[in-house]
Design a protein around this ligand. Structure first.
Ligand SMILES: [Zn+2]
Ligand SMILES: [Zn+2]
Length: 173
């Protein structure tokens, strides 16, 4: 069933190819709530109830995206870097997250409580399995009823959100 959510990753890949999205991760991304400005990923406004990630651009402008758009963008950056390294056959981060959602390693439901953001302390990311370094943003999702705490990189959390939204679930962020 074609809908906007299915084409969002294509839209982001096209923008990246066309140079309309930065091809390197900014050194710093600030997190806050939207102010109704359009997202550089999907073009839709980032509403005040939604998380916005933004960073200043060298051109003097501001780059801003929804967390799900951020996750898809990071996944595309990783994918293009991997292609350069001739490791095309290894599963992409999206494949890994999809499999983890299917087998229950990652939850489909959103946490009932507030999601915490901070800097990494070397814990393993529940999505990609890499450590979350002190220079990286870490999201902590608590599921007290299941006695579970998930720790995710910012990009992995965004991708998890994007894949949940694609399945028609309510936004977690
Ligand atoms: Zn967006
Ligand atoms: Zn990760």
């Amino acid at each position: 069933m074609p809908d906007e959510k299915i084409s969002l990753s294509d839209q982001i890949r096209d923008k990246l190819d066309a140079g309309a999205l930065p091809s390197v991760l900014p050194e710093m991304m600030w997190t806050g709530y939207g102010q109704g400005n359009p997202c550089d990923g999907c073009g839709q406004p980032i509403h005040p109830a939604q998380i916005e990630h933004h960073s200043p651009l060298d051109s003097g402008g501001v780059f801003r995206v929804h967390i799900a758009c951020f996750g898809l963008w990071v996944a595309e950056l990783r994918r293009s870097r991997k292609a350069d390294r001739h490791t095309r056959n290894s599963p992409t981060l999206r494949d890994v997250i999809r499999r983890k959602l299917d087998d229950g390693t990652l939850p489909l439901e959103r946490p009932e409580h507030k999601i915490y953001a901070g800097y990494g302390r070397g814990a393993t990311c529940d999505a990609c399995g890499d450590p979350i370094l002190p220079a990286q943003v870490e999201y902590e999702l608590n599921y007290p009823d299941q006695d579970r705490t998930l720790r995710l990189h910012l990009g992995c959390a965004g991708l998890w959100e994007a894949m949940r939204l694609r399945r028609g679930l309510d936004p977690a962020f």
